[in-house]
Design a protein around this ligand. Structure first.
Ligand code: SF4
Length: 235
């Protein structure tokens, strides 16, 4: 399989490949990386629809593949319950969180700092603790303005490959996959959410931009928590 290298290639493949071709491509990407990295390949599972699709794809490649979940004190109760169900179903999912002291309403006054403390630092810890050499994400290039510049295989950090196996999938194709495979999803989607995060920073939106409901009213609106944009190996 030829790996996409340019923004133009990514954009054209998003439209050219059909659903089955995209699923086969995703499975092949994970399988190739699994053969190269073995136990060093780990799935980052945010418990959103994209993550559970990638987790299901990975389990089809090998039931031995491990994963990690980064949770925070601000996750909605529905997400916490869903996380507990997923961990009970898949004990190979490890949970990481931060108990760092933070100022009240830091998510309003300093959302970047809040995400750094509660999401980015625990992600770095997960990668170090689990000996990760290849982390697999549910990132998709059609999700919003901040996600057009990614590739299926990246090495932004030294000695750490990042695999984005469903980069080319549309939102509709994720739901198509989850329905066909009968994959359980976070019940908040039934309420109308399209992109899930911490409770104070996530709203239901009808905006065409899937991530428009994230960090509404802050400089970070529709943006990123930082795990896809900041270095994850600092040592
Ligand atoms: S999503 Fe909001 S509450 Fe969660 S870590 Fe980021 S700023 Fe803090």
């Amino acid at each position: 399989m030829s790996l996409v290298q340019t923004e133009e290639n990514v954009a054209s493949l998003v439209e050219q490949l059909n659903f089955k071709q995209k699923v086969d491509r995703s499975l092949s990407l994970i399988e190739t990386a699994w053969r190269a990295h073995g136990d060093g390949l780990v799935v980052a599972n945010s418990l959103g629809k994209d993550s559970v699709a990638v987790w299901d794809l990975a389990k089809r490649v090998s039931p031995k593949i491990r994963g990690f979940i980064v949770t925070t004190r601000f996750k909605p109760p529905e997400t916490v319950r869903f996380m507990e169900e997923e961990v009970a179903r898949y004990p190979e999912l490890q949970v990481f969180r931060s108990d760092a002291a933070i100022s009240d309403r830091l998510y309003e006054t300093g959302p970047d700092r809040c995400c750094e403390l509660l999401k980015v630092i625990p992600t770095r810890r997960a990668i170090e603790t689990m000996g990760v050499t290849c982390w697999v994400t549910g990132l998709r290039c059609t999700e919003g303005r901040t996600r057009v510049d990614f590739r299926e295989v990246e090495e932004r950090d030294r000695d750490l490959v990042k695999l984005n196996p469903i980069l080319l999938w549309h939102e509709r194709e994720v739901w198509q996959y989850l329905a066909i495979r009968r994959v359980p999803v976070n019940p908040l989607y039934a309420e109308g959410y399209r992109s899930l995060g911490c409770a104070p920073c996530t709203r239901i939106t009808t905006d065409p931009n899937e991530r428009a409901g994230r960090w509404v009213g802050t400089s970070k609106c529709g943006g990123e928590c930082g795990i896809h944009t900041q270095p994850l190996k600092t040592g």
